[in-house]
Design a protein around this ligand. Structure first.
Ligand SMILES: C[S@@+](CC[C@H](N)C(=O)[O-])C[C@H]1O[C@@H](n2cnc3c(N)ncnc32)[C@H](O)[C@@H]1O
Length: 271
């Protein structure tokens, strides 16, 4: 049993797993043959997934930097994924070494890797919990130990809401999981979309995910924007991830077609 409460023998290596597929898109090595085969099928139908994943991860880093530079010193990163350096606490601590981070994911394999790669430093811990049960995350002793809900918190829902189906009431989940955040807290969120899809690609990619341990739900700009209810989006608003405060060259119009997602950062009670 690892320190995150999960034993590696319990890992299912026969069903494609979204966290491990995402790791494969990003060029990671923490995936199995079944994940690589499913990921290659997705890429065959939807080659945009790889630039979309990389653009999302780069947004993740810039957003963490931005909110830590704004003064935030505690982060809850839900839908952590398999650790990919630099991880949230590494990005944050390059600016403010005292930043506290709670990582949350419902995937046991992420829990296993988190034990080795994320929680081996002070003030960073992992919680194996499901976003669909917000109270279990907020009330968890690890969260309660590390997070002071009287001080601003950055809550991250980066590339995770598209695993929540409409009938699971994703809007209600976001509002519950952000309900205890005080003024000055922020929401960092990104989501895949098929808004720009000109063919069957998005639907085909979603079809492959149906056989994995989680489904992939594409949402439009108008469906993603309400997740920020109660938060004021900072510039440049809800945009394609590479266009969110770029710190290097921006993809061309043509390349941007392959970035099928939206990303934004909002502050509670104004920035
Ligand atoms: C695509 S990865 C995103 C990783 C990271 N946030 C990033 O953007 O680079 C999505 C992660 O969300 C996790 N996830 C999916 N549904 C979840 C849920 N209901 N509760 C908690 N985590 C979930 C998956 O296990 C996976 O690790």
């Amino acid at each position: 049993m690892s320190e995150t409460g999960f034993s590696p023998e319990q890992i299912d290596t026969t069903t494609p797993n979204p966290a491990r597929m995402y790791d494969y898109y990003l060029g990671g090595l923490d995936n199995y043959a079944v994940d690589r085969a499913a990921a290659e099928r997705v890429l065959g139908h939807a080659p945009f997934i790889r630039p979309t994943a990389q653009g999302n991860r780069d947004f993740h880093h810039r957003a963490v930097r931005t909110v830590v530079e704004s003064g935030i010193r505690q982060i809850i990163d839900i839908g952590t994924g398999i650790p990919t350096s630099p991880n949230t606490h590494e990005v944050a601590r390059a600016i403010a070494p005292q930043t506290r981070v709670v990582y949350v994911d419902n995937d046991p394999i992420v829990a296993t890797y988190a034990g080795a790669k994320l929680t081996n430093s002070d003030n960073a811990s992992f919680v194996l919990a499901d976003l669909r049960e917000p109270e279990a995350i907020l009330d968890h002793p690890t969260t309660q130990n590390l997070i002071d809900f009287d001080q601003p918190v950055a809550l991250m829902l980066v590339a995770v809401m598209h695993f929540i189906r409409d009938d699971e009431e994703p809007g209600k989940i976001v509002s519950e999981v952000t309900s205890r955040l005080p003024k000055g807290s922020c929401l960092i969120l990104s989501h895949v979309t098929d808004d720009v899809d000109e063919g069957e690609e998005g639907a085909n990619a979603a079809e492959v995910y149906k056989n994995s341990t989680a489904q992939l739900i594409m949402r439009s700009y108008d469906e993603v924007l309400p997740f920020f209810n109660g938060f004021e989006l900072i510039e440049p608003g809800l945009v394609k991830p590479p266009l969110w405060r770029p710190d290097g060259p921006v993809p061309s119009e043509h390349e941007l077609v392959d970035h099928r997602g939206y990303a934004g950062v909002g502050f509670k009670g104004g920035a």
